[in-house]
Design a binder for this molecule. Structure first.
Ligand SMILES: N[C@@H](CCC(=O)N[C@@H](CS)C(=O)NCC(=O)O)C(=O)O
Length: 219
């Protein structure tokens, strides 16, 4: 008989509905891990969302954190703030720039979507959207040149909330991104992608189905 290696969850642990490649779910998972919050991880297929998730959060986006008392957090930044308010060993909440995160989640995310999928928006030219995205990258570059991370010299909520989106933007045309003259941004992104924290939250899980044995998120 092999050893049982899978960590077990406790009944009272909250449940996180998540999707490995979703940048919003990534930021929530990183906050859960850094705060040491135990939870049951349920990997979701976006094309086939579990009914239990939709019952808890009818809007149908990941991440969703569901507590045993029925409390539901269905916005990634709300999840980050909640778990960090409980335990914040790296002081992430002190490095939250809400305006910069809002610019990321609003105009930059829109530019990213139009750049990646122009035809979805009845558009045939991705380049103006790439240029709008690049303007945000230049704002970040200027910040990073002065202080290493986006809201100070150590990683905080702002960095963790934003870098998964910069990763997507960069990956869409890596050669173009790498050729930009944005050295601080490029090394900031590389540092986050190489972190133990990112490796921890990018471990693969099978999609969850009703009745599956609970899987603890690796902390
Ligand atoms: N404002 C939400 C956005 C979450 C979101 O849009 N997640 C995407 C995946 S990256 C999603 O679940 N989309 C629903 C779908 O594709 O069906 C948050 O911050 O949590």
């Amino acid at each position: 008989m092999g050893m049982m290696l899978r960590m077990t969850t406790r009944m009272a642990d909250p449940v996180l509905y998540s999707f490995r490649r979703c940048p919003y779910a990534m930021r929530a998972r990183m906050a859960l891990v850094v705060s040491g919050t135990a939870c049951e991880l349920r990997e979701v297929k976006l094309a086939d969302k579990p009914q239990a998730m939709l019952d808890a959060s009818p809007k149908g986006t990941v991440p969703v954190l569901v507590f045993c008392d029925g409390t539901v957090l269905e916005e990634s930044v709300a999840i980050m703030r909640w778990v960090l308010a409980r335990h914040d060993p790296e002081g992430w909440l002190a490095r939250e720039d809400a305006a910069l995160v809002a610019e990321n989640d609003g105009p930059f995310k829109a530019a990213l979507d139009h750049y990646k999928y122009p035809t979805r928006y009845n558009d045939c030219d991705p380049l103006p959207h790439r240029a709008r995205g690049e303007a945000f990258l230049r704002v970040l570059e200027e910040r990073l040149a002065g202080q290493g991370q986006l809201a100070g010299d150590r990683r905080g909520l702002t960095d963790i909330a934003i870098f998964p989106f910069i990763r997507q933007f960069a990956n869409h045309d890596r050669a173009w991104f790498d050729a930009l003259d944005l050295p601080h941004l490029q090394s900031w992104l590389a540092g986050h992608l190489a972190s133990t924290l990112f490796a921890t939250i990018m471990q693969r899980e099978e999609p969850w189905r009703e009745g599956n044995a609970p899987v603890a998120m690796a902390l």
